[in-house]
Ligand binder design. Structure first.
Ligand code: GBP
Ligand code: ZN
Length: 286
């Protein structure tokens, strides 16, 4: 009877491919963009193991449900960033379409259809491996929540920032102060790990970067990102996600700690500079 021996090379190839396979398996969550209304994004987060999913700001429920179905995902909950209709306006309808679905929203915002009110620091999970942390990021609205989502032990860090942090911008101060926006942007969101992927509520990147260049005309990172963003939009592709690191490099509203930036807008404190930048942007017709 011939003895079949595995050559050492074959063995090591096998163990290598096993390691590769395990690495593949570690990719636990997928984020899909769902463009809605004019320039909003809803998102679908899918836990790959259980096929359970959550929707962020599903203003047009049919669109989200179609994407969930196409991906064989079972929608379990809704994460609402804030009470504005273009984010929360689909909640009652999605509750009718998906009986038993949980709808999360900030305790200080009157979110349509909310079943579970959130405070800063509340934690919950999706499937076995996706963890969700509620971060209270007020100012655009009083009860605005950003959702920090990780798979397993802190992998794939991702944050859904609604209308608080936009790529290269921030939301209007409808229900809060510059002090609060400074805390929300530069402290709460700014403390997340630099590789954290940033998914925001609107496609405003191009316009925001053009405004950013009026504040920092010499910033090469802004110039590069603007030409990349224009290219993406020409192809009708999203400019999202960004990362917390890229936002520190290009977002004027997060760069208010820099004395050069403060001087540029005639201020000498970060909060004052943030207030002034918001005023400038509100009146900018670029
Ligand atoms: C523009 O300049 O491109 N389309 C305009 C801006 C978020 S949506 C539109 C605008 O004001 N957008 C809001 C914002 O914060 N923009 C930041 C910026 O321009 O720098 N919204 O839809 C807005 O929050 C809303 C809904 C507002 C209900 C109030 C109520 Br109530
Ligand atoms: Zn809003």
């Amino acid at each position: 009877m011939p003895v079949v021996r595995l050559s050492p090379t074959f063995c090591s190839y096998k163990s290598l491919s096993r390691r590769f396979y395990q690495r593949e398996k570690e990719i636990k969550m997928k984020v899909l963009h769902v463009p809605c209304v004019e320039d909003n994004y809803a998102y679908l987060i899918i836990d790959e193991d259980s096929r359970e999913a959550v929707a962020v700001d599903p203003v047009e429920p049919e669109k989200i449900l179609k994407v969930a179905e196409e991906n064989g995902a079972d929608l379990k909950m809704v994460l609402t960033t804030h009470h504005h209709w273009d984010h929360a306006g689909g909640n009652n309808k999605i509750k009718q379409l998906v009986p038993g679905i949980k709808v999360f929203g900030g305790s200080l915002d009157n979110v349509e259809g909310c079943t579970d009110k959130l405070e800063n620091g509340d934690k919950f999970s999706l499937g076995k491996d996706v963890n969700i942390l509620s971060l209270h990021t007020p100012c655009h609205t009083k009860g605005h929540i950003s959702y920090y989502v990780t798979s397993k032990a802190g992998e794939d860090p991702t944050v859904f920032t609604g209308d608080t942090l936009f790529v290269a911008g921030c939301g209007k101060f409808f229900e809060g102060t510059a002090e609060q926006m400074y805390q929300s942007l530069c402290v709460t969101l700014g403390s997340l790990p630099k590789p954290t992927r940033v998914y925001c509520g609107h496609e405003y990147t191009e316009k925001n970067l053009r405004f950013a260049l009026t504040v920092e005309p010499e910033n090469e990172k802004i110039k590069q990102k603007l030409s990349w963003a224009q290219n993406q939009r020409q192809k009708n592709l999203p400019t999202i996600p960004s990362t917390i690191e890229e936002e520190w490099e290009t977002n004027p509203f997060m760069r208010v700690d820099l004395p050069e930036l403060q001087a540029r807008v005639g201020c000498n404190s970060p909060v004052e500079a943030l207030r002034e930048l918001r005023k400038l942007k509100d009146n900018w017709r670029g």
